[in-house]
Design a protein around this ligand. Structure first.
Ligand code: FEO
Ligand code: CA
Ligand code: CA
Ligand code: CA
Length: 589
C-alpha cells in the first residue's frame, strides 16, 4: 500500500490524512497562510471589516466574495519573479445564507433587501491585489495603485464579431458595445501579453421576468434562463428583468479580458471565444505563434471548445496580442470510439451554420454557440470544467466534474458511466510531439480516459486510479486543475462534501510508474470547495481559493465553521491561501 505508492510517485510529500473539519489542513512539512479574505481592504484607510454590516459602496473597495480562479502575474511586468506580483482572483458568486442573518438559500432572491442585493453586485466579479513575499510570508500591499475591483457594475466594452449586434442593444446602450459588469466569474486564464481572462459561467438564474415571453425565447431556453433571479437583482434593477430588457442576458456568458497592469484599462468581452457557461479559458502559445484557448461549457451534456487565432503572436512585441482574441476560429469537440477527437469549426456558411438554419452571420453563430454546436454533432460531456496543458508533455487534460443526469442510453466513448456522481479526467493528445512541439491547432487529436474518479474499493463505481492509490489519495468531483513546472497535475475538487469528505488538492503524476496515482496535499474546512490552484513561476508557492466555507448551513447562525477568523457574530470568509513547503523548496518536490 502506502509505502510502495510513496516509492513510485515523483511527489515527495507525506500524504495528508483526510479529515473533514472546521479548519483547513496541509501535509506535514507544509504551511498555509491566509493571503486575502472576503472584505480585506484594497485601499488604505478603510475601517475594520464588519461582515455583518458592510455596505455596497465599501464592498467596491474590498476583496470580493467566493474567490475562484487565480492568476499570479509577476511584478514588474515581464519578469518571472515569484516573490512579488498581482493576484488576479475571480469572485464567482455570493452565498446569501451565510452572509445575511435569517436569509436562506431558497428565499434569498425574494427576501434580500436592496442594500443586500447591491452588496451582491459589488461582491462578485474580480479582485486584483498586489502581493509580496516578505518576512517569511505572503502579504497584500494595501495601498497599491494596482489594486482594483471589477464588479457587476464595472463598465466594459464588447469586441469581436458579435459586438454591436442588434441582440446586444438595450435601452441603456444603443451601440450594443457597452456593458455594465460581469458575473459568475468562475475559472479563467492568462495570456502571454500579461492580461487575465475571466469566464462568465452561465447567468441564467440572475435574471427575473419571463424568458418564455421574450423575442429570443428559443435562445434563452437553450441557455437555461428560468427567471429565477436568485439574488433579487431584477426586483431593483430593470436591466436584470427580461420583461423590461430582453437583450441584457445576451451581453453575458462571454470571456472577459482584463489588463491588470493598467488600472485605468477597460475590461473587454471577447465574443469570438463564444457564448456558453464558460468555465475556463486556458491559453497556449502554439509553436507557430498562434494563440490557442481551450474552454469548457460547464453544464450537463455540454461541450468542449477550442479557439485558434488567425494571426501569430510576436513575443518581442507584447502589443501584438491585442486583437488576437477577436479574429480566429472557434471549434467544438467530437470524440469518436476509435480514439480520435475532431475539432469541428463553428464558422458561418460552413456545413449547417447557414441563414436557412437560423444563423444569419458569424455574430449569430457566436451568440448561439450552443445551438451551433448542437447542429454540428459535438459530443455531450459530463459538465466540462477546467482544461490545462502539461508543459512537459504537451498533452491536454480536461476535467468532467460529474453528471448525475446521464443514463444508460446516453453514455458515449468519452463519458462512459451512467449517473456519473464522481467525475473523470480526459487526456487529449495533440499530434506533433512532446512539450512545445505539440500542435494545438491540428484538426484531429487522439484522446484517452486519464482517470475515472471515485472510491476504488467500491467496485460498482468503476474508478480507474493507479492500483497503489491510498485510502486518502482517491478523489471525487475534480474541478480546477493546474500543472507545476515539473509537469505534475494538481487537482482541486468540488463536491466531496456530498460523500462526507472534505474537498481538497491532490498531486498526480501523468506519466511514468505512478501515472494516475494521486496524493492528498491539502483539505478545505467544512462546506468549502478548493478552486483556482495557481503556482508561482518557480513552483514554491501554490495559491488556492477556499470557496464558500459553511455554505451548506441553512442559515448563518447554523454555520458549522466561521473559518478563517472564527469570530462570534461574524460570517465565515472565503479566502485565498498560500501553501508552501516550510523549507522553501518547490511544492511537491
Ligand atoms: Fe463555477 Fe463550473 O464551477
Ligand atoms: Ca466553483
Ligand atoms: Ca469551477
Ligand atoms: Ca464546480
Amino acid at each position: 500500500g502506502e509505502t510502495h505508492a510513496a516509492a513510485l510517485s515523483t511527489l515527495g510529500f507525506p500524504e495528508l490524512k483526510r479529515v473533514y473539519d472546521k479548519t483547513h489542513a496541509a501535509a506535514d512539512g507544509y504551511e498555509t497562510t491566509i493571503v486575502a479574505r472576503w472584505g480585506d481592504p484594497l485601499v488604505a484607510g478603510l475601517p475594520d471589516f464588519d461582515g455583518s454590516t458592510v455596505a455596497a459602496a465599501e464592498q467596491e473597495k474590498r476583496f470580493g466574495y467566493n474567490c475562484d480562479y487565480i492568476a499570479f502575474l509577476p511584478l514588474p511586468k515581464g519578469s518571472v519573479n515569484s516573490d512579488h506580483g498581482l493576484l488576479c482572483v475571480n469572485n464567482e458568486y455570493i452565498s446569501p445564507n451565510v452572509m445575511f442573518p435569517g436569509v436562506t438559500e431558497d428565499d434569498a432572491g425574494k427576501t434580500m433587501s436592496k442594500e443586500q442585493v447591491d452588496l451582491g453586485l459589488a461582491a462578485m466579479g474580480h479582485s486584483i491585489v498586489e502581493v509580496m513575499f516578505k518576512d517569511g510570508k505572503w502579504q497584500t500591499v494595501e495601498d497599491s495603485p494596482l489594486n482594483r475591483r471589477i464588479t457587476a457594475n464595472t463598465e466594459m466594452t464588447v469586441s469581436g464579431p458579435a459586438a454591436g449586434h442588434a441582440l446586444l442593444r438595450t435601452s441603456a446602450d444603443a451601440t450594443g458595445t457597452k456593458v455594465l459588469g460581469t458575473s459568475y466569474n468562475c475559472s479563467g486564464g492568462f495570456t502571454p501579453w500579461g492580461t487575465v481572462l475571466t469566464c462568465e459561467e452561465g447567468v441564467s438564474d440572475l435574471f427575473g421576468g419571463d424568458p418564455k415571453k421574450a423575442p429570443t425565447a428559443d435562445i434563452l431556453d437553450r441557455y437555461g434562463f428560468d427567471g429565477s433571479d436568485i439574488y433579487g437583482r431584477g426586483r431593483f434593477h430593470d436591466r436584470f428583468n427580461i420583461d423590461k430588457e430582453p437583450n441584457e442576458p445576451n451581453r453575458f456568458d462571454w470571456v472577459v479580458e482584463i489588463d491588470p497592469y493598467d488600472p485605468q484599462s477597460k475590461p473587454v468581452k471577447r465574443t469570438a471565444l463564444g457564448r456558453m457557461s464558460h468555465e475556463a479559458s486556458t491559453v497556449v502559445l502554439n509553436k507557430d505563434g498562434r494563440i490557442v484557448v481551450y474552454m469548457g461549457d460547464d453544464d450537463y451534456f455540454e461541450y468542449m471548445y477550442r479557439y485558434v487565432s488567425n494571426k501569430a503572436y510576436d513575443k518581442a512585441n507584447p502589443a501584438s496580442g491585442n486583437g488576437l482574441l477577436d479574429d480566429g476560429v472557434l471549434s467544438v469537440a467530437r470524440y469518436d470510439a476509435d480514439g480520435s477527437l475532431t475539432w469541428l469549426p463553428l464558422v458561418h456558411g460552413q456545413g449547417k451554420l447557414t441563414a436557412e438554419n437560423g444563423f444569419a452571420d458569424q455574430a449569430e453563430v457566436l451568440l448561439k454557440t450552443r445551438l451551433a454546436a448542437d447542429a454540428l454533432g459535438a459530443t455531450p460531456m459530463d459538465r466540462p470544467e477546467d482544461i490545462e496543458t502539461n508543459p512537459v508533455t504537451g498533452r491536454v487534460y480536461a476535467v468532467m466534474t460529474k453528471n448525475k443526469k446521464r443514463d444508460e442510453s446516453k453514455v458515449n466513448p468519452a463519458n462512459t458511466r451512467p449517473e456519473n456522481l464522481w467525475g473523470h479526467i480526459v487526456e487529449l493528445i495533440p499530434p506533433g510531439g512532446r512539450g512545445a512541439e505539440a500542435d494545438h491547432t491540428a484538426d484531429k487529436y487522439a484522446w484517452d480516459l486519464f482517470v475515472l474518479c471515485g472510491n476504488p474499493k467500491d467496485t460498482k463505481v468503476g474508478a480507474t486510479f493507479h492500483p497503489e492509490t491510498s485510502d486518502n489519495g482517491w478523489f471525487v468531483c475534480p474541478d480546477n486543475i493546474t500543472f507545476d513546472p515539473a509537469g505534475r497535475l494538481w487537482v482541486a475538487t468540488d463536491g466531496a462534501n456530498d460523500f462526507g469528505l472534505p474537498d481538497g488538492v491532490y498531486g498526480v503524476d501523468t506519466e511514468g510508474a505512478a501515472r494516475g496515482l494521486p496524493k492528498l496535499l491539502f483539505t478545505c474546512p467544512h462546506g468549502a470547495e478548493a478552486t483556482g490552484p495557481c503556482f508561482t513561476p518557480d513552483g514554491t508557492t501554490l495559491f488556492l481559493s477556499v470557496q464558500h466555507p459553511s455554505e451548506d448551513a441553512e442559515t448563518l447562525d447554523k454555520a458549522q465553521s466561521l473559518w478563517p477568523d472564527f469570530r462570534d457574530g461574524q460570517p465565515p470568509r472565503p479566502s485565498v491561501v498560500a501553501i508552501r513547503r516550510k523549507d522553501g523548496q518547490p511544492v511537491g518536490a
